[in-house]
Design a protein around this ligand. Structure first.
Ligand SMILES: Nc1nc2c(ncn2[C@@H]2O[C@H](COP(=O)(O)OP(=O)(O)O)[C@@H](O)[C@H]2O)c(=O)[nH]1
Ligand SMILES: [Mg+2]
Length: 301
């Protein structure tokens, strides 16, 4: 999609957060204690996290105490947010030097894994890559059906097992199919699980081990899908996931349904993981690589 189309959609998607952080409405006000308190409260409400909000506040106080809020203050806050959101690892997905690239996708139930995989598959397909999807969510047949519908739309191959099949064996078959077809990308969907469900976390480790045995260097990314409306709670869950399966990046979804667009900061700072993609809607185009300056610009548009 054209960049301008995406920017418009991003602005629309982030509208609720933008409304909360509307600093332009504060222009002309004196930057006193009540101003600072209110700014801090709003940043926390936007899910920037207490620590990051405190850091921004200290800097604003140092630079602007007793001045009149204006465009300079807005630019200053924007710059601070970009700094907190940006990750040197960037949003580009790691590709295998040779052979297929494998992306393992995990997260709690309903976070948006399957939808995000569909969007991602469509993106990669549009870039001309051949893709296999592995439906390792074998809990419910409906889960694989959902992925199959998306796969057909995007023109991707899909490997699925019967309901209740061992997800690791589906992953194994999907690796074999990927290699046999010489496909460039394998994306592995998994069942939602809570970080407290030890046996399910182990199952995820097993899937990880299977793909790493079948395909050299795999998984090339372990993407954790986090529902942006879940805020700080999701970040705590994510912490356990990252310890168990060594996540390499985050897909932050549902930013359109929430005023918690600041959760990008929380993810980046608390989990020390790059946000690779953001989801701002249920449509196939509503997932894009995360770009901090673009994101912050849309937040204050
Ligand atoms: N508004 C909105 N809804 C989303 C987004 N991503 C996923 N969803 C919805 O969230 C629900 C759960 O998604 P699903 O992919 O099935 O989650 P999974 O259980 O993690 O696989 C579905 O109704 C999706 O349409 C998003 O970025 N924005
Ligand atoms: Mg799913």
């Amino acid at each position: 999609m054209a960049l301008s189309g995406w920017m418009d959609r991003l602005k629309k998607g982030l509208a609720r957060t933008a409304e909360l952080l509307n600093l332009r409405a504060w222009f002309g006000r004196k930057v006193d204690q009540s101003f600072l308190d209110e700014l801090e409260a709003r940043l926390i409400k936007a899910d920037v996290g207490v620590t990051a909000a405190g850091r921004i506040l200290d800097k604003v106080r140092d630079a602007f105490a007793d001045k009149i809020a204006d465009e300079n203050l807005l630019d200053f806050v924007k710059h601070e947010l970009v700094t907190l959101m940006e990750d040197p690892r960037g949003s580009e997905l790691t590709s295998a030097a040779r052979g297929p690239s494998v992306y393992l996708v995990a997260g709690i139930n309903g976070s948006g894994k399957t939808t995000s995989i569909a969007k991602l598959a469509q993106r990669l397909k549009n870039e001309g890559r051949s893709i296999v999807l592995a439906a390792c969510d074998t809990f419910r047949a409906a889960a694989a059906d959902q992925l199959a519908i998306w796969a057909e739309r995007a023109g991707c191959d899909i490997v699925r097992g019967s309901e209740g099949a061992d997800p690791a064996s589906v992953a194994h078959d999907a690796c074999q199919r990927t290699l046999a077809k010489n496909a460039q990308v394998l994306i592995v969907d998994t069942a939602g699980r809570l970080h407290t469900q030890t046996h399910l976390m182990r199952e995820l480790e097993k899937i990880r081990n299977v793909v790493s045995r079948q395909i050299p260097g795999a998984p090339h990314e372990v993407l954790l899908v986090i529902d942006g409306t879940n805020g700080q709670n999701a970040i705590r869950q994510a912490d356990v996931f990252t310890k168990s399966i060594q996540c390499t990046g985050v897909i932050l979804t549902k930013l359109d349904g929430t005023a918690k667009g600041g959760s990008v900061v929380g993810v980046r700072q608390t989990l020390n993981l790059p946000v690779k993609f953001i989801g701002i809607g249920e449509g196939i185009d509503d997932l894009q690589p995360f770009d901090a300056p673009q994101f912050v610009e849309s937040l204050f548009a």
